[in-house]
Design a protein around this ligand. Structure first.
Ligand SMILES: C[S@@+](CC[C@H](N)C(=O)[O-])C[C@H]1O[C@@H](n2cnc3c(N)ncnc32)[C@H](O)[C@@H]1O
Length: 200
């Protein structure tokens, strides 16, 4: 059965152009956050469920080390093609993010989240938090946007500030969690921008 936990589910979306999430560029709140100096020079940032790589390309364009992870072949190919076209250095891995725990333990200075948490099976959200914790260096950041649209069903699956504090709070310090003021217009008021820091 094809479910959101299978790469085939997403690959089919790419092949049939059912990519309603696709904006063709980095989300404005994330570009803004990257410009705020949250991250030290040369930080290594991993983008989970990176899609066609718009956020990873933005990370690389700002001189940071960028790794994009996605398990849909078309997404990874598109990221590689864009990086080549733009002469940007992005490592694009075709990999299930849930396997990063073993392949990339304590590797990254930051994890960038954008429309990935809302794409995975909600029953795997604690597992997602474990992966983020495992791949970050102590004191590392997970930051970006969570989709809190308040509608049933999915993907995209809804979340809330309360859920995020409950799931991340035991292992991360919440440094920011607030409605983003500059989302894409069709997501206005529905996104939470956040910065959480791995404790210890
Ligand atoms: C809704 S799309 C968003 C893509 C991208 N973040 C964007 O905003 O353009 C979700 C992406 O997550 C990927 N994805 C979902 N579950 C994944 C997993 N377990 N491992 C790796 N990638 C995953 C899908 O292949 C898809 O490209």
């Amino acid at each position: 059965m094809s479910t959101v936990s299978n790469s085939g589910f997403w690959e089919e979306r790419y092949l049939s152009a059912q990519t309603g999430w696709e904006k063709g560029r980095c989300a404005p709140p994330i570009a803004r956050m990257l410009g705020e100096g949250l991250l030290a020079a040369h930080s290594h940032v991993v983008v989970l469920g990176a899609g066609r790589g718009h956020e990873a390309l933005e990370v690389a364009a700002r001189g940071l080390e960028a790794t994009a992870v996605d398990f849909a072949a078309s997404a990874v190919e598109a990221t590689r093609a864009a990086a080549s076209r733009l002469h940007l250095d992005v490592e694009a891995l075709r990999q299930d993010l849930f396997t990063l725990r073993t392949t990339h333990a304590v590797t990254f200075d930051a994890v960038l989240e954008h429309t990935c948490f809302c794409a995975i099976d909600p029953a795997r959200r604690d597992e997602y938090v474990e992966v983020v914790h495992a791949v970050l260096k102590p004191g590392g950041l997970v930051f970006g946007l969570f989709y809190a649209h308040g509608r049933p069903g999915g993907p995209p699956f809804d979340t809330s500030e309360e859920e995020l504090r409950r799931r991340f709070g035991p292992r991360f310090d919440v440094e920011r969690l607030a409605r983003a003021p500059d989302s894409f217009s069709d997501r206005a008021g529905q996104e939470l921008e956040f910065v959480f820091r791995r404790r210890g």
